[in-house]
Design a protein around this ligand. Structure first.
Ligand code: ADP
Length: 489
């Protein structure tokens, strides 16, 4: 049934590209609302969507804005004195974006801090202020779509408000989990100070009842993960982070929708940061980017030596340690590797040690560098993604869009997006099962052997280059869930 006005959706996130991006969530929040806005009614049962984005007004965003307008100011209730909040409005890629300022958002330079209590204060304030905002703007929101623990409290707060405030009576909530193990610790006192009661849901384990992500999950009308495979994995003890029984009880309102890729932002044929642009059919031009990379990093210039890549947060999740051990196991083979990333100092230093140990083969580049990452996707032969878990992963999709072949652990979204020759002749990369160096090095050997067969390798690259990772298909799936929730009101 079609609504006689657009379905109003508030998409709430801690970061969104291009205004502010730290990781994959920033990419998604920067692309999905735009993809939803572009859908035409004929694609979504005649419905129209009015989707708007809200993020904290992080201090770093200021320089990137040309047009901005103050649209609301109010106080967020707090037991130590109500906290003033201001809402600014801007437009990015045709999307209305609200930026909320106030509390510790004002004083913090970083999007995330290493102090959980500090982040809890900031994001619980933001999550509550987002609902205050729609009420002050008198914008009747049909769907609140929150992301990760940082904004999960919006779902929980919404449930409380529904009990007494008719304004929110018909509003439904969706919560996407991009990284389940991060649940928002040390939040109980802060939730209390913001007037939110302890969650009494018997289905949640005791330890989870004062943590933003689990109580947001409990309150949300629909739960989403960012790949279908990860939605299945989290029902098991290995991936469920202790919430698998609760998640099994929510199976009917839990689904996985694969992240898309903003193909206009990741395009080797137009990207002016690359040395040489190329179309999917121009794999020979791609080789020039490889030689340029070898020159840039003082590696032997030889297009026949396989050039391996990592572009990653240096976090236990990403299995950089597994890759380092696997590379040691194949040290006698010809290959080169560039490891780009920042994060855990122990992992960073393990990468630097590998470079010292293998100076003709390895370069460790310890920084966040978007332009370099693009040059690597455009010139590297194989990207290594040995994640211990991976809710979706964008790296493999970007790599395939650039003709760089992924070699990854068969988990989460990696399994949904990479096809190994064991499964289809339309193979796009390599998958290994166990998160251990032995399993990875065996698969590396398989990939290196294939690399010497140019015809086979080009077919693999072309299959990846021709895979459709655009947002449109996923955006329709999101829209259908919104429509289902609104119709079931
Ligand atoms: P996650 O969100 O878990 O970090 P994803 O694979 O979903 O992992 O997304 C990672 C994104 O961050 C990709 O766009 C990748 O290119 C980028 N990225 C990660 N580390 C770096 C880095 N050191 N320099 C540049 N880009 C990076």
């Amino acid at each position: 049934m079609k609504k006689n006005r657009p379905i109003n959706i508030l998409y709430i996130a801690s970061e969104a590209a291009p205004l502010i991006k730290v990781g994959g969530l920033g990419d998604v929040a920067g692309s999905l609302p735009e993809a939803l806005r572009k859908l035409i009614p004929a694609q979504i049962s005649g419905n129209e969507l009015d989707i708007r984005l809200v993020i904290p007004f992080h201090t770093r965003i200021n320089q990137k804005l040309e047009y901005i307008q103050l649209v609301s100011s109010f106080f967020v209730k707090h037991s130590h004195g109500n906290i003033p909040a201001r809402v600014f409005q801007t437009k990015v890629d045709g999307i209305t974006v609200y930026l909320i300022e106030g509390g510790s958002i004002l004083s913090d330079q970083n999007v995330y801090s290493s102090n959980p209590e500090y982040d809890a204060k900031k994001y619980i304030f933001f999550s509550i202020a987002a609902l205050d905002m729609v009420k002050h703007l008198n914008w009747h929101v049909d769907i609140v779509h929150a992301n990760d623990w940082h904004t999960a409290i919006t779902c929980y707060d919404l449930e409380q408000r529904k009990l007494s405030d008719p304004f929110f009576r018909k509003t439904k909530s969706v919560l996407s989990m991009h990284n389940m193990p991060y649940m928002g610790s040390r939040s109980d006192k802060i939730l209390n100070e913001f007037g939110l009661p302890t969650c009494l849901c018997g289905d949640l384990p005791d330890w989870a009842r004062s943590m933003p992500l689990p109580i947001g999950m409990y309150a949300a009308d629909y739960l989403l993960t960012v790949s279908p495979n990860y939605a299945k994995e989290i029902l098991t003890p290995d991936y469920g982070c202790g919430l698998q029984d609760f998640l099994i009880s929510r199976k009917e309102t839990l689904a996985g929708i694969l992240n898309g890729l903003d193909e206009s932002k990741w395009d080797p044929s137009t990207d002016n940061t690359l040395h040489y642009n190329y179309e999917p059919t121009q794999l020979d031009i791609r080789l020039k980017n490889k030689l340029a990379l070898q020159t840039e990093f003082g590696l032997e210039k030889d297009e026949n030596i396989p050039l391996l890549m990592m572009v990653t947060r240096m976090d236990q999740q990403k299995g950089v340690d597994i890759a380092i051990s696997a590379l040691r196991m194949i040290a006698d083979k010809p290959w080169q590797a560039i490891l780009l990333g920042t994060g855990d100092p122990v992992i960073e230093s393990a990468c630097r040690s590998l470079e010292v140990e293998m100076p003709t083969k390895v370069r460790a580049v310890i920084r966040f560098d978007l332009n370099l990452s693009k040059r690597m996707y455009a010139g590297g032969d194989i990207i290594l993604i040995p994640s211990r878990y991976e809710p979706c992963g964008l790296t493999q999709m970007i790599a395939m869009r650039f003709g760089c072949v992924p070699l990854a652990r068969a988990t989460g979204g990696l399994k949904d997006t990479i096809i190994d020759e064991y499964h289809s002749k339309q193979n796009t990369g390599y998958l290994f099962l166990e998160p251990i160096p032995e399993s990875m090095s065996k698969t590396l050997n398989r990939a290196l052997a294939d690399y010497s067969d140019q015809q086979k390798w080009h077919r693999l690259q072309s299959n990846g280059l021709n895979t459709d990772f655009s947002w449109e298909k996923s955006a329709i799936e999101y829209a259908n869930i919104y429509i289902k929730l609104v119709e079931g009101e």
